[in-house]
Ligand binder design. Sequence first.
Ligand SMILES: Nc1ncnc2c1ncn2[C@@H]1O[C@H](COP(=O)(O)OP(=O)(O)O)[C@@H](O)[C@H]1O
Ligand SMILES: [Mg+2]
Length: 346
Amino acid sequence: MPLLQVEELRVSFRTADGIVQAVRGVSYDVEAGQTLGIVGESGSGKSVSTQTIMGLTRGAQVSGRAVFEGKDLLTASTGDMQRIRGAKIAMIFQDPLTSLHPYYKVGWQIMEMIQQHESVSKDDARKRAVELLRLVGIPHPDRRVDDYPHQFSGGMRQRAMIAMAMALNPALLIADEPTTALDVTVQAQVLRVIQRMQEMFGTAVILITHDLGVIADVADEVLVMYGGEVMERADRRTLFFNSHHPYTEGLLQSLPAYGGARERLRPIPGQPPSLLSPPPGCPFAPRCPYVMDRCRTEDPPLAAAGEEPGHISACWLPHRGSERAELRRKLLEAEPAGTAPSAGGA
Ligand SMILES: Nc1ncnc2c1ncn2[C@@H]1O[C@H](COP(=O)(O)OP(=O)(O)O)[C@@H](O)[C@H]1O
Ligand SMILES: [Mg+2]
């Protein structure tokens, strides 16, 4: 049985402008010790879907199931969630100052975290805090344990947040854009720290990012989200080398490494959809280079997309590689709908 099983998760918010359908029927599993990458442009519903599982989206209308170690987190009591959060499922965010309190020493905060959930002496908690800081690569952890967050650099704060997240040896770590605010070198270091901690502790990780490059080296499985829905899911190799969905293709083409260094980056033209009364059909249809009439009226269901087990995609393009390639070529060659000169004139 998977460690976490999310089924048909739907989340919406009532706002002054109407109902925002942030997450529209998302399902996925996370196996113990594995890394699931969730990728998609900003506004795809990545954060809302995981925050909801943690009981952190107040005022939202939620349906579906999120079964963790046999318990549905969406219906768990406040007390149960308090016991699970931090101890069994830990979270780290883009901005460490949402987890680290500026007024308290870094080490003290890690000790608090440990002592809230376990009956250990202050001395032992402190020893563990120093050890955790050492494991995430903080130099002189026995001294830096008494620093305040502002005495740490951005990268060190991120490491300290990882140390705090790992303090109780959680079964699952949710990392939401953990490296987005960091420069590229520090980004790679922080990703390595997460990976090392995961190997050492056997933790499962959900790594959320808008940047496919971040998960290229670390994810076992990848979930591509767009417009609050899952567009494609595949193991990492299949996703990078044999993806099916045009949205995934767009994300791949906007990667710096794709197609050689001399090729210019090609961001996907257009903007993600508004989730206030989203139109029928595929959410990606307005930006899709292969759009067909059907795509604008019928939302394609997730279906098996090729030979790899577990590879699914929500797209009306043929799932057989050769047929797909041929149809794509025809669709690209055809005049874009509405711009073709009318035959015969008026
Ligand atoms: N509390 C809220 N109230 C209303 N809309 C929200 C709220 N939180 C998020 N949203 C909307 O939900 C959508 C998905 O947001 P989010 O999950 O943060 O996207 P991502 O993490 O993929 O960038 C966005 O359109 C966002 O504006
Ligand atoms: Mg987000």
